[in-house]
Design a protein around this ligand. Structure first.
Ligand SMILES: NC(=O)c1ccc[n+]([C@@H]2O[C@H](COP(=O)([O-])OP(=O)(O)OC[C@H]3O[C@@H](n4cnc5c(N)ncnc54)[C@H](OP(=O)(O)O)[C@@H]3O)[C@@H](O)[C@H]2O)c1
Length: 265
């Protein structure tokens, strides 16, 4: 009930986790501002949810589109309580098989610059409201894994950015919560991932192992955590021990990661 009437902005709302976040936030009485590139999907979602939703078609890699999204929120609602930077893209290719390093630029643009572009114009409006920035990162921001070098690097960059902002904006009233999920099932992440030729790998049969979490549950954990104004949220919670395992027992850590990745192939 404490979330009723709060204004929440979600990037990458046209599919997967973002879509579930939007649907569940609306069912908790929150007022929505949604952004993604796919106009039809966004409008279909807004129609399905119903009510007075701000729909903004745009690309988070564009500073202009991102600024316009935040301006449209201020114009429509006058304030903002939570900004969830969720838009993202992955990959599936080993480094020595990647044909062009442009793949690195693409993923850095979406996963890192996409976060910078959206949170930079939102700082002033969030300050006024003791608002919150929720960054959907990945456990891969804590260590690299095979076939995901550019993705892991882009998520590491986001962690560095948010660490710095926590210092700089300590007295601003803004809370920064970073979300570290494991594999999430029921999203388009795999299909949208870039392959060795730099193009989306498209529909492929890839199995999720038992430790994956459904997008529905993941969205629920994130929304439940909003009132707690935490610094971090690991999904599932036991993931928070992995960085310590890497530090203390590197060979065991590498064996574990290799076996987890192989179980996904
Ligand atoms: N799935 C997993 O296993 C997993 C695990 C850990 C973390 N995550 C993170 O969870 C987040 C959501 O991913 P997902 O699994 O829900 O994947 P998804 O189903 O592929 O959704 C990605 C969303 O991001 C949007 N997007 C991509 N590029 C964009 C851009 N340049 N500008 C604006 N929107 C853009 C897409 O919409 P448009 O194409 O319409 O723009 C889509 O709505 C990502 O940040 C991802 O890194 C996922």
């Amino acid at each position: 009930m404490r979330q009723n009437g709060q204004i929440i902005a979600i990037t990458g709302a046209s599919s997967g986790l973002g879509q579930h976040l939007a649907e569940q936030a609306a069912s908790r009485g929150m007022r929505l501002a949604l952004m993604a590139r796919n106009k039809n999907k966004l409008y279909d979602l807004a129609e399905k949810i119903g009510g007075d939703i701000l729909v903004h078609t745009g690309d988070v890699t564009s500073e202009t589109d991102s600024k316009e999204f935040i301006s449209a929120i201020v114009e429509k609602f006058g304030s903002l309580d939570h900004l969830i930077t969720n838009a993202g893209q992955s990959m599936w290719a080993n480094f020595d098989q990647i044909e062009h390093t442009d793949l690195f630029r693409k993923l850095m643009n979406v996963n890192y610059m996409g976060v910078v572009n959206c949170i930079h114009p939102a700082i002033d409006v969030l300050k006024k409201n003791y608002g919150q920035i929720v960054v959907i990162s990945s456990i891969q921001s804590k260590f690299g894994v095979p076939a995901h070098s550019a993705y892991s690097a882009s998520k590491h960059a986001v962690d560095g950015l948010i660490d710095s902002l926590r210092f700089e904006l300590k007295n601003s009233g803004i809370n920064f919560m970073t979300v570290y999920p494991h594999w999430i099932r029921g999203t388009r992440m795999r299909q949208n991932a870039l392959g060795s030729n730099g193009e989306k790998i498209g529909d492929q049969k890839r199995s999720h192992n038992k430790s994956s979490v459904s997008a529905e549950n993941c969205a629920c954990y994130i929304l439940d955590a909003l009132p707690q104004r935490r610094e971090s949220l690991y999904i599932p919670r036991k993931l928070k021990y992995l960085p310590a395992l890497k530090l203390l027992f590197p060979p065991i850590f590498r064996w574990l990661i290799r076996s987890k990745i192989n179980s996904q192939k």
